[in-house]
Design a protein around this ligand. Structure first.
Ligand code: 5GP
Length: 173
């Protein structure tokens, strides 16, 4: 069993793009205190860098949903494993996710959050694999478009490994 990792996005490119996204969000939410909702566990690294690069105050909350489980193929079944601590009614909510692939996870999450009547709801993803989309998702802030490859690092895992890498790489199994 040998896995190889080919770097797709190095630390410098990610840092630069995170700063750009933070600038856009800071401008768009000037004078407001949005609630950033990180989707566990993949978005944790991205969210913590993004939040610290903002020059507006934000609140943070987290949700966990089931997506791939131990396998690297999507099941299409989305379940909330951990819900928000905060009531989001009337809040400006930004969902922060590591990657949008088929779109099933974000579609489900956005529908569930919209039903709670936030003042606004936007989605910020680090990575987008548009060629894999099965359902449309309105992504407002997007870090990078990437090809259809299984990637790890900067929060993303393969069987709980690789999350702490500072870069994003394509994993070849
Ligand atoms: P979707 O519901 O859009 O198909 O998938 C979203 C979730 O699938 C992501 O939050 C992530 O957990 C997982 N995922 C999709 N593509 C990849 C990938 O290339 N690498 C890793 N590690 N996870 C992925």
């Amino acid at each position: 069993m040998s896995e190889t990792l080919e770097v797709l996005l190095d630390r410098g490119r990610i840092e630069g793009r995170v700063r750009e996204l933070a600038k856009m969000i800071s401008e768009d939410y000037q004078g407001r205190v949005p609630l950033m909702v990180g989707i566990l566990k993949g978005a944790v690294i991205f969210l913590s860098d993004l939040a610290r690069a903002l020059d507006i105050p934000v609140a943070l909350d987290f949700m966990a949903v089931s997506s791939y489980g131990q396998s690297s193929e999507t099941s299409g079944v989305v379940r909330i494993l951990k819900d928000l601590d905060e009531n989001i009614e009337g809040r400006d909510v930004i969902v922060v996710e590591d990657i949008v692939d088929t779109g099933l996870t974000l579609r489900y999450l956005c529908d569930a959050l919209k039903a709670r009547n936030p003042a606004s709801l936007r989605v910020c993803v680090l990575l987008d694999k548009p060629s894999r989309r099965l359902v449309e998702v309105d992504v407002h802030y997007r870090g990078f478009e990437i090809p259809d490859a299984f990637v790890v690092g900067y929060g993303l895992d393969y069987q709980e490994r690789y999350r702490s890498l500072p870069h994003v790489g394509r994993l070849k199994l």
